[in-house]
Design a protein. Structure first.
Length: 284
């Protein structure tokens, strides 16, 4: 599932392409991605609306649109789920088999494609209300982080996946941040000392910022009509070398030698998710 960096790169890529574009037609091919909004409500709100902004919040894409002759803005929430992709393609290009929602923008179409249909593109935005402060913002302070962790008996790796604590962080970057901070994924959140909280906060911010800089972790296989359209899965910076996946230090590297001490990386399961860590560098 895409995490904060992948969604951030995609938002930065799409924002200038969509800005000032008007939705001339709405085609809904998979109703479930709109839930709980109906197709009629969805179409009525967006037909004729113009894109005025796009930002990321946690793992969500938040599109802002304005309807003609109306002062109020419309918010559209996008979530990629496990297999979702969003891109622009020439209007003459045949739509992908799993295109779920298509906005006609004139010469181009904005396409939300989702193979497994776990993603969302909806007018329902209440899920944003439960998110914690953005980990790269000033609101994500050491004091906030320490207070929140002190109230939890969960293992720190599991707690980092709590979107009300750190929105946007998922399995990949939780593993990577804990390794960089030298903290065992099994350690209970409330057992972290102030010094370890500071170190973990710093490593979280560093690994997320680097991932944004170097692009996404999985390549995009959509063969668009133009070379410019062939961006990495959720987007890739122009200067990024190959895939960011090669830069991951512990995630999905079970059995490989630790980059610091050569101890084999271990894999355990926590809350039904794979955890990768170095048993020597990350002692409890």
């Amino acid at each position: 599932m895409p995490e904060l960096p992948e969604v951030e790169v995609l938002a930065r890529y799409l924002a200038p392409l969509l800005k000032s574009k008007t939705i001339r037609a709405v085609e809904v091919r998979r109703l479930r991605v709109l839930r709980p909004v109906s197709e009629q409500e969805f179409t009525r709100a967006l037909l004729g609306a113009r894109f005025v902004g796009l930002v990321r919040r946690g793992k969500y894409l938040v599109f802002t649109l304005r309807r003609p002759r109306e002062r109020a803005k419309v918010s559209l929430l996008g979530h990629l789920g496990m297999t979702g992709r969003m891109y622009l393609q020439p209007a003459s290009t045949p739509l992908a088999r799993h295109a779920a929602v298509v906005f006609s923008l004139g010469k181009t179409n904005f396409v939300f494609e989702d193979t497994r249909y776990f993603g969302r593109l909806t007018l329902e935005t209440r899920s944003l209300e439960t998110l914690g402060p953005e980990p790269l913002s000033d609101d994500f302070s050491v004091d906030y982080f320490a207070r929140a962790l002190n109230r939890s008996m969960q293992p720190i790796k599991v707690k980092l996946l709590d979107q009300s604590l750190v929105p946007g962080v998922g399995n990949i970057y939780a593993n990577e941040a804990l390794f960089r901070a030298g903290i065992s994924p099994r350690l209970r959140a409330r057992k972290l000392t102030r010094k370890r909280v500071e170190r973990l906060r710093q490593s979280l911010r560093q690994v997320l910022a680097e991932a944004i800089q170097f692009g996404a972790t999985i390549p995009l296989d959509w063969a668009g009509g133009s070379r410019k359209g062939r961006l990495f899965y959720y987007g890739q910076a122009d200067c990024a070398p190959d895939f960011h996946e090669e830069r991951l230090l512990v995630y999905d590297r079970a059995g490989s030698p630790c980059s610091v001490c050569d101890t084999p990386i271990r894999r355990i399961v926590q809350a039904a998710r794979s955890t990768f860590y170095c048993p020597r560098c990350q002692r409890a």
